[in-house]
Design a protein around this ligand. Sequence first.
Ligand code: ATP
Ligand code: MG
Ligand code: FE
Length: 339
Amino acid sequence: MIVLGLESSCDETAAALVTGDRRVLAHKLAGQEAAHAPYGGVVPEIAARAHVEMLEPLVRAALDEAGVKLAQVDAVAATAGPGLIGGVMVGLVTGKALAHAAGKPLVAVNHLEGHALSPRLSNPELRFPYLLLLVSGGHCQLLRVDGVGRYRRLATTIDDAAGEAFDKTAKVLGLGFPGGPAVERAAEAGDPFAVPLPRPLKGAAEPHFSFAGLKSAVVRAAGQHRTEDLAASFQQAVVECLLDRTERALASSDGVTALVVAGGVAANKAIRARLEALAAEYDLPFVAPPLWLCTDNAAMIAWAGAERFAAGLVDPLDTPAKARWPLDPSAEAVRGAGV
Ligand code: ATP
Ligand code: MG
Ligand code: FE
């Protein structure tokens, strides 16, 4: 089985071909960092235009590289949300057109499901159920993954996502955009305990996350310390919050077979190392996708499409694009943020 996957929900345009037995035949990606860098964040209209320009050439390049014809593809998977609606529409409409032209089914993929199932692409031994820390630019959640399409949200952020805090920190420290990798690099030369910063909700009984207070504290401390020390101290605070919340969920999660991390922030080496140690304490395997599969890409969308297709889950051509689309629709909204 071969699935073509398309991703365009934020500022990466991507196309990939993945097989049902986990071979990534091709994955192509065009980032838009340079276009957004002058604004210090993603500008939706600039992103949508770039997706329009880049998606078709990337699809062609992926098919060429894989030596696969569109007619040989078994299904077309496209991100249908959540994300910036202009970009999502570009990818979804393209996916619908390709599916229709080839006479193949469309699989409308939730971008978060792409992140959530990506560890099963890189790690064939990973079985359901697993505890997933999904940390990305727009989300910070703990999910119990019981199967394809079966997600129970145990925790979410009550304000900002962890990735957002990394990006804001990079901005106030003048480290550029996107912020995560830049903060991580600066932190390597800094003292993680040089600057006292808050650890919001650490130790709290409720399972949720919060990063707004940490973000503001970094803004207040900027200019008063070495950049490297601030970056390292910020990263240390994030790591401690993620660890504390994850441990709380782990302690009350029966029967999970692994501790798993996914999403762009999962590319952070300090976060990976501490989670790995936590998993070992609980005698669980730790699974994290390779770095390229953590940040946005189309291989994870093709793979989620392959998993859904194998489960008989395909979607009609009038499926709408969605700006908001929670993985666990039954989860309560938490103080209006971070759903
Ligand atoms: P979402 O998946 O929630 O819709 P998104 O698709 O924009 O959001 P991703 O591409 O999954 O997010 O992740 C991007 C985020 O990951 C950015 O906030 C970026 O700063 C962060 N990030 C990337 N690499 C690292 C790193 N090495 N350390 C920390 N954060 C990182
Ligand atoms: Mg991005
Ligand atoms: Fe993402």
